[in-house]
Ligand binder design. Structure first.
Ligand SMILES: Nc1ncnc2c1ncn2[C@@H]1O[C@H](COP(=O)(O)OP(=O)(O)OP(=O)(O)O)[C@@H](O)[C@H]1O
Length: 284
């Protein structure tokens, strides 16, 4: 299969050893089992039905894209999965456990990590420190009270440090590891955000427009990182994205939303030829 990713590979692509060794590998026998099962999900804002009786099933080890026109309800879906919004009705089962009613920190403890559409990093902190924040859920009392940013405290936590270094290595961020995040290009900052989410050892990674605003090379890099994580680790990824080249190249399945509802779901090839999808979205 020839894809846009074949045209550009990060320079050290073939030279790396096992990637992100601290992330548990998906047992092949479990590939394709349901991980996220959303049924009958609805949420209104005033008179607007942002999400309307949505069903979505995400299988272990797949990259699942959620696409649709502006205002279709995609980000609202992600916000419900993370626990930021509480749906009016419906159920969200993650690995068999109900998410609806849990706080965002409780959902994070279930292994759900989110990368936001807008950059949400600590601009004055370094790349290394920002990615270390992703380790927060494993630290008693949180990152700051653990004293991890200061000399001895940080050195003693070699387990956290080693995982952060693996993330930095995987995402080719070595050259900026001590740079304040605010000094980096937009593309690198987005990469740091993905790094912070990976440091949280997610079972499910939610990405809201991970390649928006990037140049072609940056998009290809991110797409390649996601494919590599999926292939080598078996991490389950749900992404919301408008860049259809990337969506069609890297997704195993695509769900299309319009006006809060699901209008199609299937492999990229099935979805791209669906008359309703062409009418409501692709052909628009
Ligand atoms: N916090 C909010 N308060 C009021 N209305 C909201 C809120 N969040 C979303 N909406 C509305 O809900 C609908 C769905 O919005 P949402 O952001 O989920 O769509 P989207 O598919 O992610 O759009 P985009 O692709 O433009 O990001 C829109 O009509 C939006 O204006």
């Amino acid at each position: 299969m020839s894809t846009m990713m074949d045209k550009h590979l990060p320079s050290n692509w073939d030279s790396r050893g096992e990637i992100l060794s601290f992330l548990p590998r998906l047992d092949e026998a479990r590939l394709g089992e349901p991980l996220l099962d959303i049924s009958g999900l609805s949420l209104r804002f005033g008179g607007v039905k942002a999400v309307d009786k949505m069903n979505l099933d995400v299988k272990r080890g797949e990259i699942h894209a959620l696409v649709g026109p502006n205002g279709a309800g995609k980000s609202t879906m992600l916000n419900c999965i993370c626990g930021y919004y509480r749906p009016w009705e419906g159920s969200i089962l993650m690995d068999g456990q109900q998410i609806v009613g849990r706080r965002p920190d409780q959902v994070a403890q279930l292994g759900v990590a989110r990368v936001f559409q807008r950059i949400e990093l600590f601009r004055r902190m370094t790349v290394l420190e920002n990615i270390l924040v992703g380790r927060h859920r494993f630290m008693k009392g949180g990152v700051l009270s653990s004293g991890l940013f200061w000399g001895a405290g940080y050195r003693q936590e070699s387990a956290h440090q080693q995982k952060v270094e693996e993330v930095i290595e995987f995402l080719n961020l070595q050259h900026v590891r001590k740079a304040p995040v605010g000094s980096l290009s937009y593309g690198l900052q987005k990469r740091v955000e993905i790094g912070r989410a990976l440091a949280a050892e997610p079972q499910l990674l939610l990405l809201d427009e991970p390649v928006a605003g990037m140049n072609l090379e940056e998009k290809e890099d991110v797409a390649r990182y996601l494919l590599d994580i999926r292939e080598e680790v078996g991490l389950t990824i749900v992404l919301v994205e408008h860049e259809m080249d990337v969506v069609m190249d890297i997704s195993d399945r695509v769900t299309v939303m319009s006006f809060g509802c699901r209008i199609a779901s299937g492999t990229p090839d099935v979805v791209r030829t669906d008359p309703e999808v062409i009418r409501s979205y692709l052909g628009a």
